[in-house]
Design a protein around this ligand. Structure first.
Ligand SMILES: Nc1ncnc2c1ncn2[C@@H]1O[C@H](COP(=O)(O)OP(=O)(O)OP(=O)(O)O)[C@@H](O)[C@H]1O
Ligand SMILES: [Mg+2]
Length: 218
């Protein structure tokens, strides 16, 4: 499902360079639930955004479902991402001027009819127990509620791969557990491949496999 081979990434920092990823190789099978752990600043978010094709590696390659995403053109990569990948960002990234329902339906607008979008959004609102907040704007929601909306948005188009960056950061244990139930259900019932960056030992304990980012590098 996911293959990374010798992926390196360096960020320029003034005149010096910060090596964030050094020859990272990893493999994740379809249907697996894998957690990525590592200290703050170790490159988990960078790794996820390279796998998502939002950022490009300096060297090495990324293959998802047998397709090399770092050599695709920009347009093709964007289309591929919209169709096949669901991304839960570390800082939610909900659109402040759109309601909860509109945020969730965002990724569906390209490929679905209005009625299909309505049905799907209603189903997801129910799943995340936020039906009563469907017309609220994100800044009226708590952190945990925003996170649930971000997850609903990420999975709305039934992606084959979900990349989640600290999907339960800053949440209480019960909300964390509910969110993990939601992701796990997707993984169990639909065979969605899950790659989750997390500091939480509880989240890692639910994964099929835990990768330490430091151990993936040369
Ligand atoms: N666009 C960028 N430009 C320069 N440096 C960056 C950029 N993005 C990330 N970095 C640096 O790369 C390193 C890794 O960052 P990254 O966000 O991937 O870490 P992380 O493991 O996700 O950390 P956290 O657990 O705190 O979320 C950090 O030192 C960060 O400052
Ligand atoms: Mg991060």
């Amino acid at each position: 499902m996911i293959v990374l081979k010798d992926v390196s990434k360096t960020y320029a920092e003034g005149r010096s360079a910060r090596v964030v990823l050094e020859a990272v190789s990893l493999q994740v099978d379809a249907g697996e639930f894998v957690a990525v752990q590592g200290s703050s600043g170790s490159g988990k978010s960078t790794l996820l955004s390279i796998i998502a094709g939002l950022d490009l590696p300096d060297s090495g390659f990324v293959e998802i479902e047998g397709r090399r995403i770092n050599t695709m053109g920009e347009r093709e990569r964007t289309l591929y991402r919209r169709e096949s990948i669901g991304i839960v960002f570390q800082f939610f990234s909900l659109i402040p001027t759109l309601t909860v329902s509109e945020n969730i339906g965002l990724g569906l607008e390209l490929n679905s009819r209005e009625r299909e979008i309505d049905t799907r959004v209603k189903y997801l609102l129910d799943k995340i127990s936020l039906a009563d907040r469907r017309n609220s704007y994100p800044d009226r929601l708590s952190g945990g509620e925003q996170q649930r909306v971000a997850i609903a948005r990420a999975i709305a188009h039934s992606p084959t791969l979900v990349l989640a960056d600290e999907p339960t950061g800053n949440l209480d244990e019960e909300t964390e557990s509910n969110i993990m139930d939601l992701l796990k259900q997707l993984n169990d019932l639909q065979g969605t491949t899950l790659l989750v960056a997390t500091h939480s030992a509880d989240v890692a304990a639910r994964a099929d496999r835990v990768l330490q980012i430091g151990e993936l590098q040369r």
